[in-house]
Design a binder for this molecule. Structure first.
Ligand code: FAD
Length: 292
């Protein structure tokens, strides 16, 4: 498999990157780690005449604390995310996903921005980021905007991002006291295997231990990371005991839109959603209690 003839552009400035995309989109793609994009180009799934590398754009780097939470620069690699002290201390549910992705060699190249922007249904970071109320920051020659993740994905490999927009960062709000989140996934082996099904859950507990807010987000069982609002609603006002999870588990299983493929049948995936929802909720509850 060889790459077709493509013109490569590279600049260190975000504004120039946006100008190149405004000029060449839709016949251009942004190149980050290349772990998805180069495969698509080599296999012919995607054909474009221009690649705009963002690897020298300093404004897209770094994991930093902002007033209201965490800013993860789009070029942050999965390895850098795993090793970030602030992620380990206060945003550790992200590690549930980061540590299960691919294998170390891929994690050294693959970026957070690429994992979100590619909008592949089995991508690991979008469900847990959505459960943690994250949004993405977009930049283009026309301006900036932020989009909550639950509004970002519109179909398999499709988002509301325009072709000329650069995803500059993922923004995760500071978790409140009583907030806990977790990500559980099932894959056919530990390394270099994509999720067959995955569930992210978050809970916000009141002082008296009742659930004030809950989010359940499914991965790899629908065209988009699926925020199941009916499942979260069934938990609100409940105590976070295992038997209170049953209605939410049922709602999550019903909401899933799984397909059958070489990794598992639709029925098998729906069963997995039930098991993983229960696991993610229990882990989110335990973490929430630690922060109350
Ligand atoms: C062997 C192997 C195993 C894998 N296993 C997993 C896994 O277990 N879990 C998982 O989630 N993924 C997995 N992946 C997929 C891949 O590694 C991730 O999705 C990765 O995070 C993509 O990031 P990247 O920087 O390589 O993106 P690229 O390949 O450079 O880009 C991917 C897409 O996103 C766009 N893009 C990239 N950055 C931006 C930006 N800042 N703004 C706008 N658009 C942008 C590109 O134009 C392209 O369309 C695997 C890949 C391989 C090859």
């Amino acid at each position: 498999m060889y790459l077709p003839d493509i013109e490569l552009h590279e600049t260190g400035a975000l504004e120039e990157t946006a100008a190149l995309m405004a000029r060449y989109a839709p016949n251009a793609r942004l190149l980050a780690g290349g772990t998805d994009l180069l495969v698509d180009l080599k296999t012919g799934r995607l054909r474009v005449a221009h690649l705009v590398s963002i690897n020298r754009v300093g404004a897209l780097r770094g994991v930093t604390e902002t007033g209201g939470g965490l800013r993860i620069g789009a070029l942050t690699t999965i390895t850098q995310l795993e090793r970030s002290p602030v992620v380990g201390q206060r945003f550790s549910p992200l590690l549930d996903a980061a540590r299960k992705m691919a294998a170390p060699q891929i994690r050294n190249l693959a970026t957070v921005g690429g994992n979100v922007a590619c909008a592949v249904p089995c991508a690991d970071l979008p469900p847990i980021l959505t459960a943690m109320n994250a949004s993405v920051a977009l930049f283009s020659a026309k301006g900036r905007r932020n989009v909550p993740l639950e509004e970002f994905f519109v179909g398999a490999r499709q988002t509301v991002r325009r072709d000329d927009e650069v995803l500059t960062a993922v923004l995760v709000p500071e978790p409140s006291p009583g907030f806990g989140a977790a990500y559980a996934r099932f894959a056919l082996r530990d390394g270099n295997a994509i999720a067959v099904a995955a569930v992210a859950a978050s809970l916000l507990l009141d002082h008296d231990d009742t659930i004030r807010d809950a989010r359940i987000v499914l991965g790899a069982v629908a065209p988009v990371p699926l925020l199941v609002e009916s499942a979260g609603a069934r938990l609100i006002g409940q105590s976070p005991a295992e038997d209170a999870f049953a209605a939410a588990v049922e709602a999550a299983m019903q909401a899933a839109e799984p397909i059958s493929d070489v990794r598992g049948s639709a029925e098998y995936r729906r069963e997995l959603v039930g098991i993983l929802t229960r696991r993610a909720l229990a882990a989110a509850r335990d973490r929430a209690k630690e922060t109350q």
